[in-house]
Design a protein around this ligand. Structure first.
Ligand code: HAM
Length: 417
């Protein structure tokens, strides 16, 4: 038997109802905050991700599903959505009428990481991006939106971590201070970090190897090296979060796994998912639009790990499972053909109706209706046909009523609603 690929998964009925419910709550909230949906391709040119996420990141170095297409062009299954949304924003000149644009997208991403609880090779994200606003207040709005979403989805035990990564003006000084520090602890760093420490020292702060984590505990903090504009921006973000009553911690080592960030970055972390503690992450990426060939337009956004969200929500799939409204127990060929017409008409009226096609006994059809937890059963056999009426049984109250065959669909619709 052919099995699915490691790190990939099926989301089956019984579980998918929860995914649908979570998605509905997220979409409604995002749309209330003015985000419009954008749908982007699953596959892009490899170069798009390499240039935006960064050549030295784990994602680009080790985790992308990259392959040549039949003509030999390198293409990649998207490991994230931000780069594609930026590409679309530039390609379609979405800034031309109004640079301020808010987009969201929901869909699968692919990273070839080691699978474990909360970490998959195909996982889903809910992404939100805001273009054209320089103010840190929109970073606060994004964090506020996340916190409200988690509250609506009854996700407990989450903490907002924030940091500022500075800007091209203050970051070079900080990088130099970091490189100097890493030189003093280089004997404790992993091979990747030794390689990255001079080229891209921020990546060392993000390394997951325990020895590296211990070595960087005393590393200089970028918030101590911010220029006056970045400092004012980060102060405003913190003040406004406080005003909105959003609890947060400043986490000096939060650099995120992608290179495009500047100024405020954030992550919503949980203690409930073991090693995979980030449920959502994001931040400002002011330089990316121009780096990818667009105008100099600031941007910021986040992505939520959808799989992790469904593992953390206090909602349960069973709350959303839609049972049949009615099970039609038809006995005999003539009744079954008539019943078939009814279930088609009922479905069209928004009433979920099920029918047994196999010609089973009444007892076994009633058993199946029970198994499906149908609210009502409609019984029709030769006797009922002769009388010109069918029997409708309410499975909860056990009440029974005779329904004339003439106008039956309308009568059932009126009774069920
Ligand atoms: P990211 O931190 O790489 O950011 O991913 C965002 C979220 O996706 C993570 O916090 C996590 O919940 C989920 N996630 C990542 N990898 C996996 C995995 N292998 N299995 C399950 N869940 C996973 C980004 O992707 C940025 N594009 C976010 C962003 C948008 N920044 C600005 N705009």
């Amino acid at each position: 038997m052919i099995q699915l690929i490691r790190g990939f998964k099926d989301i089956l009925p019984g579980e998918v109802e929860l995914w649908q419910a979570v998605e509905k709550v997220a979409r409604e909230l995002l749309e209330d905050f003015g985000f419009k949906e954008i749908r982007i391709p699953i596959v892009e040119r490899t170069e798009l991700f390499a240039r935006s996420i960064g050549e030295d990141t784990d994602i680009v170095e080790k985790e992308m599903y990259t392959f040549p297409d039949r003509k030999g062009d390198l293409i990649t299954l998207r490991p994230e959505a931000t780069a594609s949304i930026v590409r679309a924003y530039i390609q379609h000149r979405l800034y031309a009428k109004d640079p301020v644009q808010k987009f969201y997208t929901i869909g699968p991403m692919f990273r070839r990481e080691r699978p474990q609880k909360g970490r998959y090779r195909q996982f889903y994200q809910i992404n939100a991006e805001i273009f054209g606003v320089q103010s840190g207040l929109v970073d606060v709005q994004l964090i506020f939106l996340l916190v409200r979403l988690f509250a609506r989805l009854e996700v407990a035990d989450v903490i907002t971590h924030i940091n500022s990564l500075g800007c091209p003006k203050c970051r070079p000084q900080f990088k130099a201070a970091l490189s100097e520090f890493f030189a003093s602890v280089s004997d404790q760093l992993c091979a990747d970090c030794i390689r990255r420490k001079d080229r891209n020292p921020l990546r060392v702060l993000d390394c997951k190897v325990p020895a590296c984590r211990a070595a960087v505990a005393d590393a200089p903090a970028i918030i101590d090296h911010l220029c006056s504009e970045c400092k004012a921006d980060f102060d405003e973000v913190q003040n406004m979060l406080q005003k909105l009553g959003v609890p947060f911690v400043v986490d000096k080592n939060l650099v995120r796994g992608l290179d495009y960030y500047a100024r405020t970055t954030f992550e919503i972390q949980t203690g409930s998912l073991g090693a995979q503690n980030a449920v959502a992450g994001g931040g400002r990426y002011d330089g990316l639009v121009s780096e990818l060939g667009g105008p100099d337009i600031p941007a910021t956004g986040f992505a939520i790990g959808f799989d992790r969200l469904t593992e953390l929500t206090g909602l349960a799939a069973s709350q959303f499972y839609r049972k049949p409204d009615i099970f039609v127990a038809a006995l005999g060929d003539k009744s079954r053909l008539l019943a078939f017409e009814w279930i088609c008409a009922l479905g069209d009226e928004g009433i979920r109706a099920e029918l047994d096609f196999a010609g089973k006994s009444l007892k076994s059809q009633m058993k199946r209706a029970d198994r499906l937890a149908a609210d009502h059963v409609l019984i029709v056999g030769d006797d009922e046909l002769a009388k010109g009426e069918a029997i409708l049984r309410n499975m909860k109250t056990k009440d029974q009523a005779s329904i004339p065959l003439d106008g039956l669909v309308e009568a059932i619709k009126n009774r069920i609603y």
